[in-house]
Design a protein around this ligand. Structure first.
Ligand code: FDP
Length: 281
C-alpha cells in the first residue's frame, strides 16, 4: 500500500504541473459517460496509467476516462479506480480541481474498498489519505514534498451546505430539506468541484454535501467507484456519515457497471440525521 500512496504523490506533482502549463482545449474523443474529454483529462489519465504500470501490487486500473478495466499485473492484489481530474471544466476559470483514488481488494464494491485518497489542486496542492481504523491524514505540498499536516476529524454538526444538481429538477422533499438547512443559518458553499467542495466541509469541521437523484438524473450524477465510495470512506473515517437517498451507507453500494452513479449525501452526523428525517428513511 505504501508504494501506491507514494505513486499518488508522484502523479499529484505531474498533474499539477500539467494543469499549470498545458493546453486547456478539448480533445477529439468523448469519455465513457459521453462527455467531451478535455486534453487535460486525457493527459492526467495517461500520467496515472504510466505511473502505476510498474507497481506490482496493482492488478487493474479503472478510470473515469476509460471504458472497462485495464489489466496491469495479473499477480497484483489491488484495483485502483480513479477520476484523474475531477471538475476539470473549472480549470479554465481557475477554480480548484482534484484527483480521486479508490483502492479495492477483490470485487469492485463498496465493502471491498481498503483505502482512498484525493488530491486538491488549488492555491496549494494537498493530499488526503484514508485507511481503515485511522482518521484521514492531510498532507500539503511544500518544496515539492508532501508534508504531513495532521488528522482530519469532522464535528457533530457543521455550518456549510453544498447542494448539487439543478434545483428545478429537485424533488420537493429535497428542496424543503435544503431550504430548511439555510433557514437554520447554514451557509452556501458550492464551487461545482466535488473534491474542493467536500474538502472544504471536512477541513471546516462539518456540514453537508449532497447530490440527489433529480427528475433528469434519477440516479444522481456522481460515479460510485471513482467518486462516491472513496469519499464515503473518507467521511466515515473522519467521524461523519455518507448515505444514499434510501438511507443505505454508500460503502454498501454494489455497482453493476464501473460507471454507475448514485444519489449521495456526505456530512456530519447532525445533517445526515436531519436528512433521514426529511426523507422519511
Ligand atoms: P464535473 O462534471 O465538472 O467533472 O464529477 C462530476 C462533477 O464535476 C463534480 O466534481 C461536481 O461536484 C459535479 O460534477 C457538479 O455538478 P453540477 O454542476 O450538476 O452541480
Amino acid at each position: 500500500m505504501h508504494t501506491i500512496f507514494e505513486t499518488i504523490k508522484t502523479v499529484a506533482f505531474e498533474i499539477d504541473n500539467a494543469i499549470k502549463t498545458e493546453d486547456l482545449g478539448y480533445s477529439e474523443s468523448e469519455n465513457s459517460s459521453g462527455e467531451d474529454q478535455l486534453k487535460l483529462d486525457v493527459q492526467s489519465d495517461l500520467i496515472i496509467e504510466k505511473a502505476f504500470a510498474p507497481v506490482s501490487v496493482v492488478k487493474n486500473l479503472v478510470s473515469e476516462e476509460k471504458e472497462g478495466v485495464l489489466e496491469l499485473n495479473a499477480e497484483g492484489k489491488y484495483t485502483i479506480c480513479y477520476d484523474p481530474l475531477d471538475g476539470s471544466s473549472l480549470v479554465d476559470v481557475n477554480l480548484s480541481v482534484g484527483s480521486i483514488f479508490g483502492i479495492y481488494e477483490g470485487e469492485l464494491k463498496g465493502v471491498n474498498l481498503v483505502a482512498s485518497a484525493y488530491v486538491v489542486y488549488g492555491p496549494r496542492v494537498e493530499l488526503v489519505i484514508a485507511q481503515k481504523n485511522q482518521k484521514p491524514m492531510l498532507y500539503r505540498a511544500i518544496n515539492h514534498t508532501f508534508k504531513e499536516i495532521g488528522e482530519i476529524s469532522i464535528n457533530e454538526k457543521g455550518k456549510l451546505n453544498a447542494p448539487g444538481g439543478t434545483q428545478q429538477n429537485w424533488s420537493s422533499i429535497h428542496k424543503n430539506f435544503i431550504d430548511g438547512l439555510f433557514l437554520q443559518g447554514y451557509r452556501l458553499r458550492y464551487s461545482g468541484g466535488m473534491v474542493p467542495d467536500l474538502h472544504q466541509i471536512l477541513l471546516k469541521g462539518g456540514g453537508l454535501f449532497s447530490y440527489p437523484g433529480t427528475s433528469d438524473k434519477p440516479e444522481g450524477k456522481l460515479r460510485q467507484l471513482f467518486e462516491v465510495i472513496p469519499f464515503a470512506f473518507m467521511y466515515e473515517q473522519a467521524g461523519g456519515q455518507a448515505i444514499n437517498d434510501k438511507g443505505l451507507r454508500l460503502m454498501e453500494l454494489i455497482p453493476r457497471h464501473p460507471h454507475d452513479t448514485s444519489p449521495c449525501f456526505f456530512g456530519s452526523n447532525y445533517e445526515i440525521e436531519a436528512m433521514k428525517k426529511a426523507y422519511g428513511i
